[in-house]
Write a protein that binds this ligand. Sequence first.
Ligand SMILES: *Cc1c(COP(=O)(O)O)cnc(C)c1O
Length: 458
Amino acid sequence: MSTRASLLHRTADLAAQYLDSIGERHVAALATTDELRRQLGGPLPVDGESEESVVDLLAAAGQRGTVATQGRRYFGFVVGGSVPAATAADWLVSAWDQNAGVYVLSPLVSVVEEVAAGWLKELAGLPSGWSTGFVTGCQAANFTALATARHHVLNGAGWDVEAQGLYGAPAINVVVSDESHYTIFNALKLLGLGAERVTRIPTDDQGRMRAELLGPALAALTGPTIVCAQAGNVNTGAFDPIDAIADQTTKHGAWLHVDGAFGLWAATSRSRAHLVHGIGRADSVATDAHKWLNVPYDSGVVFTAHPTSHRRAMTLSAAYIIESAKERDPHEFVPEESRRGRAVPVYAALRSLGRNGFSALVDRCCDLATRLATHLRDDARLEVLNDVVINQVLVRVVGDEADKATRTMIEHLQREGTCWASGTTWHGMAALRLSISNYSTTEADIDLTAAAIRRCVP
Ligand SMILES: *Cc1c(COP(=O)(O)O)cnc(C)c1O
């Protein structure tokens, strides 16, 4: 065996050992910052070390320094694991080391993007003619979608924003909800549209945009307008009423963007697809693959109903490209130029799961969230704060000093190690937020988690 082959085999063994034991280990990282600095720091080696010793050092540090986010009882933020075919495919991406910016640098990745884009649109219920870009995450997807919107609405007003910038441009109205994700505001900031120069539509008790207030708000605005709706609130999992919102954006000629970072995939569930009803009427949709689709970081996807606007917003040359059946140059749909073959693990996950497998994964996570909420409701000391419509559960301790008791419970739970979930604030109340997004979580894991939460109530 060549030295290179033996190094890769050794690495594969270490990675497999890590994954095989992840369900048993303490979920939070065990190493302190000092320990990691001692282990990994020191002077830059002058002459270099053996490849094996470098990999061994990282693998050893990873045992205690990583968070078991790939494990079955990690419920923090909204973090998926990675299905085995996606992890393996990601290794091939590194071995191939393709620059997936243009077709001539990697015909394979270009075609994989085409195929995966088609499959994703089919699963999400989006028209096949929409354009697709493979980006690093939903932040980048929101940015790309809103850059496309900015191009499109200003082009409609006779302004070339790519050439002239925003100086002297017609003002763009941006409409968001009180519960829009902070990455929307970050995208507005980066695009020169202003994070605070927005019209906010109030939300209901679950965090859904009140669509009946959108019509009057749009009627009061003149000029190019972009509306940002959400499929899947990061706390409650609730969905804005997309169809009713699309009625209003259609009537008033506004661009409709939907942030569906994880909620978009409710579209694959027979019992929950109604939550994204009307999604195909949007102008752009942003989502993540590294959350619910369970591929390795980093992976997000942007879809738009306006391929020409999408390319013009992202590239300088695309303005002169005549649309044809030519090969796909992946960079035309994303902010980056040189980039890795990020669509390859997406393709592998979809191919290994199939439509039924992915839909079962989504349904299983939702059913497990319901199971967890049922356990928690059985304890009179706890209160579930949200309607569990998909995979998110918000729970808090009841009684006097509920916020303090809830924060103590969260601290105990995070230290105890059975599982890990994030603290959040919902409508001014401290809460524990659990997101069931991992393909490998079982009913037994949920039962252990419920027991751990109950143990941690002060
Ligand atoms: C996670 C999330 C994002 C940001 O996605 P990243 O993958 O972290 O870039 C945006 N919107 C919503 C609703 C999310 O849940």
